[in-house]
Design a protein around this ligand. Structure first.
Ligand code: ADP
Length: 479
């Protein structure tokens, strides 16, 4: 019973057998009551005839002829046999419950004496009659009255129920036969139906089991259009996503090890220099320590960048709250002003649509996103200015950073956001960096349901734009 198809077949068979059994009981009951009703009608017909004859006989002539004639008529075996007509049994009793006459087919058997309770004059009874041909019999007892309504005799009219029982038992045999045959047919049919439904699932299971993390390139490519086909399609799509996620992870690990190796090699080389000549040459000591400090700082920056990236990519786990975007931008710009001024740059925040754009975000991550963009703008711009503008566009909040730096190559615009990507060495290598800043910007934008893009400005410099979902204006109206 462990396989699904056996269980399905068994459940179907049990259900159908239950339905057929209930139907059989209902048919049995209905058939029996129809046949009994028919028998009752037959009995009532004969009893009516006897009643009419008794009434006629009792009103014929004067006493004592009336009662005498009645007694003669009701005890006449020929008349009783005529009424009995083969399949009914008749017995007439006096009101004192002595037998007056019987139809000859009753033989030595007699109906038990019966006097209907006061107020009723007829009753049907199922009796078991002894004698030569014992059997179940339905008996109608009726009190016969004269014209004045006085009881004069009691008629018992019986009909054997053998025929009813025979009919019912034959019907039962047929029903049991149908039940057994249909049960066998249903068990076989439902086994094969279940098998045809479940076999593809089994094949899917073994195909899936064969695909381990080492064979992620395999696809099921099933052409079926049914539910199992859809499942296989969904599975292939999931494998696509998994495969690219694995590839991204591998790329990240190899990029990260590669990037971490350079500062580590420099630190190591300088430490060896210190070991060998540090004691003798103070200049070497100074230079080595400087290089070690610089490279370990770079390492620390890279590690914290990777941690932020991991946090940003955690997605739903980030707690978000409503915050006013313009306020955050003003704050980030205010903090950056000193660094900009040190390079002779101007930095300004603008919000032409007012100061009340609400976004649902993690304040720390959003600040980090803005800081990275502002830092880059200051880092790569030699002279001129940086403008940070907050606008509303089609119900979204857009932050745009425009600088007067070297600009970017439009073909490279998308790759800038890849992890560890650093642009043109002529300007990127001359400034500090890890190549993680813009990857962090993109991840933070994504977990907030936003996007980020970059393009060169025709007049020189570049623009980085972040678009985030904003709360409706009505929500922000009050603030
Ligand atoms: P990093 O700044 O550490 O190099 P980022 O991921 O922040 O790393 O930036 C990736 C690359 O994008 C940079 O190396 C640089 O070439 C380019 N870039 C970023 N911001 C600017 C900008 N404001 N102007 C010109 N180029 C930029």
């Amino acid at each position: 019973m462990s396989s699904l198809r056996t269980r399905i077949a068994a459940v179907y068979a049990a259900l159908i057998v239950l339905v057929i059994a209930l139907g059989a009981v209902a048919i049995d009951f209905a058939l029996r009551s129809v046949l009994i009703d028919q028998t009752k009608l037959n009995l009532a017909d004969t009893a009516d005839q006897i009643e009419r004859t008794a009434l006629e006989a009792s009103t014929f002539g004067f006493a004592p002829e009336g009662p005498l004639r009645l007694t003669l008529t009701l005890s006449d075996r020929g008349t009783l046999d005529h009424w009995a007509a083969g399949h009914q049994y008749i017995q007439i009793d006096t009101v004192r419950q002595q037998i007056l006459g019987k139809s000859s087919n009753l033989g030595g058997v007699a109906f038990p004496p019966f006097m209907p309770p006061p107020g009723t004059d007829r009753a049907y009874d199922e009796l078991r009659i002894g004698g030569e041909r014992p059997g179940n019999m339905l008996v109608l007892d009726r009190v016969l009255s004269d014209a004045q309504g006085r009881p004069v005799a009691i008629a018992h009219v019986g009909e054997r129920l053998d025929i009813v029982d025979q009919l019912l038992s034959r019907a039962r045999t047929i029903l049991v036969g149908i039940t057994v045959a249909s049960m066998i047919a249903i068990v076989i049919a439902s086994y094969f139906i279940a098998k045809s439904a479940i076999d593809p699932i089994e094949r899917l299971t073994s195909a899936v089991a064969e695909i381990g993390s080492e064979r992620l390139g395999r696809r099921l490519k099933w052409k079926r259009r049914d539910e199992v086909g859809k499942l296989a399609g969904a599975f292939d799509a999931m494998l696509d996503r998994l495969q690219s996620a694995f590839a991204r992870e591998r790329q990240f690990i190899s990029d990260a090890s590669h990037e971490l190796r350079t500062p580590l090699t420099i630190i190591n080389a300088n430490a060896q220099m210190l070991q060998r000549w540090g004691d003798r040459d103070p200049e070497i000591t100074r230079q080595s320590l400087e290089a070690i400090a610089e490279e370990s700082g770079r390492l620390a920056g890279m590690v914290s960048g990777m941690l932020t990236l991991a946090k940003a990519e955690a997605g739903d786990a980030i707690p978000k709250e409503p915050l006013v975007l313009e306020r955050l931008v003003d704050d980030v710009v205010a903090h950056a002003r000193e660094r900009a001024a040190a390079k002779g740059l101007e930095i300004e925040a603008h919000h032409p649509d007012g100061a009340s754009t609400i976004v649902i975000a993690d304040a720390g991550l959003l600040r980090q996103l803005l800081n990275n963009l502002v830092d880059n703008a200051i880092k790569f711009t030699e002279s001129g200015r940086v403008d940070v503008t907050v606008r509303r566009e089609d119900g979204r909040a857009v932050v745009e950073l425009a600088d007067t730096g070297p600009g970017i190559d439009d073909e490279e615009a998308d790759r800038l956001f890849d992890r560890f990507f650093r642009g043109d060495p002529s300007h990127a290598r001359s400034v500090e960096g890890t190549g993680l800043g813009l990857a962090i910007v993109r991840s933070i934008a994504r977990v907030h349901g936003g996007t980020v893009s970059a393009h060169a400005r025709p007049e020189g410099g570049s623009v980085f734009a972040v678009s985030l979902p904003a709360e409706p204006e009505s929500f922000t109206g009050g603030s």
